[in-house]
Design a protein around this ligand. Structure first.
Ligand code: CUA
Length: 401
């Protein structure tokens, strides 16, 4: 066969690329990669923990390498398109190249070195993050469809100053006198600046994932296992908590939200400036609520219902809830849906059964997703009769259309 010889073959050979161009290209690639890595703070939210700083540094290095490779590949593409474009009337093939050992060694070794370095660097960062300091604030996190609950332990020596034990209910007083800790639940995670916090996470149902983007902390909750995370906040303020594992129709509701009134609803991390501020603004007031519960069952019910993860699924304007997975609780006492459908029971019995045996009557248009709250402490989703009765008394006041 008689191949037409490209007239400008010589000019485009490797000998035509001078060292100056290689050095100039190298400088452009390195400087460009560095400039791209400077975008890190605008890609990620504000780094709120000591661990976030380590992770962002790793991210910056990866963005630098990725940016440099991007400029190299796109740059070569651009140079090839312009410099080796087909000239007018040139219909020939390029020169045949059977192999280039040097080139193949370079494009095998360079990525291998990059991957090895990144692996070692990532492992070092991971090891620095996977530390659970013994002095950390311990909080138990429970994930369930579709809410987060944070459980805080209170030992006898951590009670608010000037506690009047004569006003504390007998059962609580007995526990405290025994030296046993009491615990309380809250829909938000509170802690303070520059002090480590360790969260121990368990799920009541399916797998969830606990994610605080501002802390760069994310960890799956696995059914039947306890997983832990530790971090040290270095910024005060509020940080959104999100569920990052698709867990059902209300998955999107397992995240901190801002209501129309500007209130914080759902799960948020609140970092106080000092331990004293944490104690005075959050810990003592919450403890006082359980140490001195209101005697009026309606007021008590309004208080204790907030210790259960109802807000994730139900709307109740009185408490600022906006969940949509379950029936709306506004005006619930004026709508005996079960009586209308089956001719059975009073409103009080209906509310009672809806909490103890939610699967027995499901309001049409909703799925059977509600947790069953059980009367014994050793059962899952424990809700004592005293809480249940107070909650029913409170819900019975929610009348209207
Ligand atoms: Cu829990 Cu998604």
């Amino acid at each position: 066969m008689n191949h037409p010889k490209p007239e400008n073959n010589q000019r485009h050979g490797s000998a035509g690329i001078s060292l100056v161009w290689v050095i100039a290209g190298g400088v452009v690639i390195v400087v460009g990669g560095f400039l791209i890595s400077l975008f890190t703070p605008s890609i990620l939210p504000r780094a709120g923990s000591a661990q976030a700083v380590l992770i962002d540094d790793l991210f910056r290095v990866m963005l630098f390498i990725g940016g440099a490779i991007f400029i190299l590949v796109e740059g070569l593409l651009l140079v090839s398109v312009i410099r080796f474009r087909a000239r007018k009337g040139d219909r020939g093939d390029g020169p045949p190249i059977p192999g280039n050992t040097t080139l193949e060694l370079v494009w095998t070794l360079v990525p291998a070195i990059i991957v090895a370095v990144l692996s070692i660097y990532s492992f070092v960062v991971w090891n620095q993050i996977e530390v659970h300091p013994p002095e950390a604030l311990q909080v138990d996190v429970v994930g369930q469809r579709f809410a987060w609950t944070f459980n805080y332990d209170a030992a006898t020596d951590e009670l608010p100053p000037n506690v009047d034990m004569t006003r504390v209910p007998e059962e609580l007083a007995a526990t405290l006198n025994n030296g046993d800790p009491i615990s309380f639940s809250h829909p938000q995670l509170h802690t303070w600046l520059n002090h480590p916090v360790t969260v121990s996470m368990s799920s009541q149902d399916v797998n969830h994932a606990f994610w605080i983007p501002g802390m760069r902390m994310k960890q799956d909750l696995l059914a039947g296992r306890v997983t832990t995370l530790s971090f040290t906040p270095i910024e005060t303020g509020v940080f959104r908590i999100v569920c990052a594992e698709l867990c059902g129709s209300g998955h999107g509701e397992m995240a901190g939200r801002v209501t129309e009134d500007g209130d914080l609803a759902g799960a948020w991390l609140i970092v106080h400036a000092t331990e004293q501020e944490y104690l005075e603004q959050f810990y003592y007031p919450e403890l006082e609520k359980i140490l001195y519960p209101p005697e009026d069952p309606v007021l008590l019910g309004r208080q204790v219902i907030q210790n259960y993860p109802c807000a994730g699924c139900h709307t109740l304007s009185d408490l600022g809830w906006t969940g949509t997975t379950g029936p709306i609780l506004d005006g619930v006492a004026s709508r005996n849906a079960r009586l209308a459908a089956t001719g059975e029971g009073t409103m009080e019995a209906y509310l009672h059964d809806s909490i103890r045996h939610p699967g027995e009557y499901v309001v049409p248009g909703f799925n059977n997703l509600m947790l069953q709250f059980n009367p014994e402490p050793d059962q899952p989703n424990y809700m004592p009769d005293s809480d249940l009765n107070a909650i029913v008394a409170y819900l019975l006041t929610q009348t209207g259309s």
